[in-house]
Design a protein around this ligand. Structure first.
Ligand SMILES: [Zn+2]
Length: 294
């Protein structure tokens, strides 16, 4: 990355960090149902922003903003620039908490960035763009839908009027990712599973990723998951309107959704996701190296 650009972004981050301070969360307070607090995005991101200030690898970005009911929100994202490997960096987007009642994904995004900061070589050759909170109002309110009442993960590439979708679509276009990974939690499942789409190699990435996750959480072995036929814990159908690459993009990036079962111990859920993400990075790098030697 251009050093000047890096410096400007870094300075901008420091100056706009205070923008994260939004109203407190709407989880009703016990014993006082009238009083409400919101889950805090600022609390979630504070350790990451601190990490970014001191890290040569992480750049925090607060430039994507939108308004809901007169309140200003930010779609936060973090670049992790892995050690150079000689070739142009591989661009991967990791998207979490587009369903606001699945905060586990957001915590995983934070955990994964901390993990990479310690083991940067795991992201050698990559430029990762990580979106910990794709649905900020839903995250605050602990609702699947955004505060405007929409399931944002059914709104993509259909000229949605939702500002979050608009911003995320702009990100998907401008980054032109080689791979997209979405993190979800499914309260109808007892096990970890994956959904693959896009480039056919996605299925070669998902199998080892699920195996890695299986060390921490059981896999969902059912033949029908979320209404879709499944094989070896992998679903190949998508609901229309889910977050994915622009429809016209060729070649297709790989698109993987990782779904963890709801209600498992937080540390196991985080380990399972981090292990799966790490596996995807390692195996995609191998694939690229192989393809370049053909
Ligand atoms: Zn979800």
């Amino acid at each position: 990355m251009d050093l000047l650009y890096y410096g400007v972004v870094r300075m901008n981050n420091i100056m706009t960090n205070s923008l994260n301070t939004v109203r407190p969360a709407t989880v009703a307070k016990a014993g006082n149902p009238g009083a409400t607090t919101r889950r805090s995005i600022a609390d979630l991101l504070a350790p990451l922003d601190q990490l970014a200030v001191n890290s040569p690898n992480i750049v925090a970005n607060r430039q994507a903003r939108f308004e809901v009911e007169g309140e200003c929100y930010v779609l936060p994202h973090y670049l992790f620039i892995g050690p150079k490997s000689g070739d142009a960096p591989i661009r991967i987007g990791i998207f979490a908490a587009i369903h606001g009642d699945e905060p586990e994904g957001a915590y995983v995004a934070v955990r994964f960035l901390h993990f990479l900061e310690t083991y940067a070589e795991l992201a050698a050759g990559y430029c990762l763009t990580i979106y910990p909170v794709c649905n900020p109002t839903g995250f605050e309110d602990n609702t699947r839908h955004s505060r405007r009442g929409k399931d944002l993960n059914r709104e993509f590439w259909s000229k949605s009027a939702e500002p979050e979708v608009d911003l995320l679509e702009a990100e998907l276009v401008s980054h032109s990712f080689h791979g997209i990974v979405s993190l979800h939690v499914d309260d109808t499942s007892d096990g970890f599973y994956g959904i693959v789409n896009g480039a056919t190699l996605a299925k070669n990435l998902i199998e080892p990723a699920l195996k890695a996750a299986d060390a921490f959480l059981p896999l969902d072995q059912r033949g029908l998951i979320d209404g879709f036929p499944a094989r070896n814990s992998v679903v190949r159908d998508l609901f229309p309107g889910v977050l994915r690459a622009p429809t016209v993009v060729r070649p297709r990036p790989f698109e993987i959704t990782l779904e963890a079962p709801k209600g498992r111990p937080a540390f196991l859920t985080e380990y399972a996701f981090v292990a799966a993400l790490q596996s995807i990075l390692a195996n995609y790098r191998k694939f690229i190296a192989y393809a370049q030697n053909l």
